[in-house]
Design a protein around this ligand. Structure first.
Ligand SMILES: Cc1ncc(COP(=O)(O)O)c(C=O)c1O
Length: 357
C-alpha cells in the first residue's frame, strides 16, 4: 500500500506530545519489550552459510505450522512473493492473480522487471471460482503467455481483509493444479484468516504448493516474512532470494522476533478483529458507510473528499489512509487498544461535526 502524505506525520505528532493513534496499517507496530529481549538474546550465525540456528528454527517452525516440507526466511512479503514467482516460472510466462492483488499492483512491477512474467487477472474483487480460473487459462497458442502460476491472496487486502472462503478456495486451487499451474498463497495475513475462521493455518495452506506469510503485520515483528513449500521449490526460491540481495547474515536477531510472534501473538489477533468491528460499528453510528463490515482487521469506509478527511483527522492525531477519492482505510493491530478505538471515534466525531457545519 502506498505511503501517502501522512508518511512523516507520526514522528511529528509524537514530538508535539499529541497521542497518535496510528491506523494506517498493521505494519506500524513496534516490538514489545519481551520481543526485544528475545531478539537481544538470540543465538546467531552466518545464515548465508546456513549457520544461523535461530533462522533455521524459525524456518522449521514455519514449515511445521503450515504443513509444508521446507521454509525460507525472507525480508518482506514482496520478496516472498517474488521468490515464489522466480521458483515457479520462466520469463514470458503468465501468473494469474485476483483483482487488486498485492503482487499485481503493489510490488513495483517486480514480477515483470525481475522475472519477466506477465500478470493476468482472474475473477472480480479478488475472489474467484474454479470455472473462472479455467476460463482465465488460455489454450496453447503462440499468441498467449502460458500460465504457470495461480496466486490467491488471503486475506484479501484491497477488499477490506476479507477471508477467501475455504471451499471455493480449494476448488479454485484444484482447477489451477489440474491445469499444471503452481498454486501460490499470498498469505501475508493468513493468520488473521485462521483466527477469524477458527480453521488452522495448515488447513488454509493445504491446497497450495507454496505460501508466504508476514511476521511484520498483525503478528507484530519488526521485519520479515516466510515462504513455505516443497524442498525443491524452496531450493529454487533460495537462489532467487540471493539474486534479490536477500541473503542476510546474522539474521537470527530478526528471526527471533518472528519466532516470538508465532508463539505469543497469534491468538491475540482476535482482539484486533474485535477492535475493527468496534471501529466499524462506531463509524456506522456516526453515519459513515462501512463496506464491507470487517471480517478481520481492515476497515474500509466512505467519506467525501477522502484526502481532505485524512488531513483533518491527522490534525487530531489519528492516522488513516485515503485509498481513493472517497474511501478511507483503517487497520487495527497490537499497538491500538479498545480504549484507543473509542478515542479515535470521538476524534472522528469531531471531524464529522466540523464537516457538517
Ligand atoms: C496481501 C499482501 N501481500 C504482500 C504484501 C507485501 O508485504 P511487504 O510490505 O512485507 O513487502 C502486503 C503488504 O501490505 C500485503 O498486504
Amino acid at each position: 500500500m502506498p505511503a501517502r502524505s501522512s508518511a512523516i506525520a507520526r514522528p511529528l505528532l509524537e514530538s508535539s506530545g499529541m497521542k497518535a493513534i496510528d491506523l494506517r496499517s498493521d505494519t506500524v507496530t513496534r516490538p514489545t519489550e519481551a520481543m526485544r529481549r528475545a531478539m537481544a538474546s538470540a543465538e546467531v550465525g552466518d545464515d548465508v552459510y546456513g549457520e544461523d540456528p535461530t533462522v533455521n528454527r524459525l524456518q522449521e517452525v514455519a514449515a511445521e505450522r503450515t504443513g509444508k516440507e521446507a521454509a525460507l526466511f525472507v525480508t518482506s512479503g514482496t520478496m516472498g512473493n517474488q521468490a515464489a514467482i522466480a521458483a515457479a516460472t520462466r520469463p514470458g510466462d503468465a501468473v494469474l492473480a485476483g483483482e487488486g492483488a498485492h503482487l499485481l499492483l503493489y510490488e513495483s512491477g517486480a514480477g515483470a522487471a525481475l522475472f519477466g512474467v506477465q500478470i493476468e487477472t482472474v475473477g472480480a474483487g479478488g475472489f474467484f471460482s474454479g470455472s473462472e480460473v479455467a476460463d482465465a487459462i488460455h489454450p496453447v497458442d503462440v499468441h498467449y503467455a502460458p500460465a504457470r502460476m495461480l496466486a490467491i491472496e488471503n486475506t484479501h487486502n484491497q477488499s477490506g481483509g476479507r477471508v477467501f472462503p475455504l471451499e471455493p478456495l480449494k476448488e479454485a486451487a484444484a482447477v489451477g493444479r489440474d491445469h499444471g499451474l503452481t498454486v501460490h498463497l499470498d498469505g501475508a495475513r493468513i493468520f488473521n484468516a485462521a483466527v477469524a475462521s477458527g480453521t488452522p493455518v495448515a488447513t488454509w495452506a493445504e491446497p497450495f504448493d507454496s505460501l508466504t506469510f508476514c511476521l511484520s503485520k498483525g503478528l507484530g515483528a519488526p521485519i520479515g516474512s516466510v515462504l513455505c513449500g516443497s524442498s525443491d521449490f524452496i531450493l529454487r526460491a533460495h537462489r532467487a532470494r540471493k539474486q534479490m540481495g536477500g541473503g542476510m547474515r546474522q539474521s537470527g536477531i530478526i528471526a527471533a522476533a518472528g519466532l516470538y510472534a508465532l508463539e505469543h501473538h497469534v491468538e491475540r489477533l482476535a482482539d484486533d478483529h474485535s477492535n475493527a468491528r468496534r471501529l466499524a460499528a462506531g463509524l456506522q453510528d456516526l453515519g459513515f458507510k462501512v463496506d464491507p463490515f470487517p471480517e478481520t482487521n481492515i476497515v474500509l469506509f466512505e467519506v467525501e473528499r477522502a484526502e481532505g478527511f485524512e488531513q483533518e483527522i491527522l490534525a487530531r492525531g489519528v492516522l488513516m489512509l485515503a485509498l481513493t477519492k472517497d474511501r478511507i482505510r483503517a487497520v487495527t493491530h497490537m499497538d491500538v487498544s479498545e480504549a484507543d478505538i473509542d478515542d479515535a471515534l470521538s476524534r472522528i466525531a469531531e471531524v464529522a461535526k466540523a464537516r457538517s457545519r
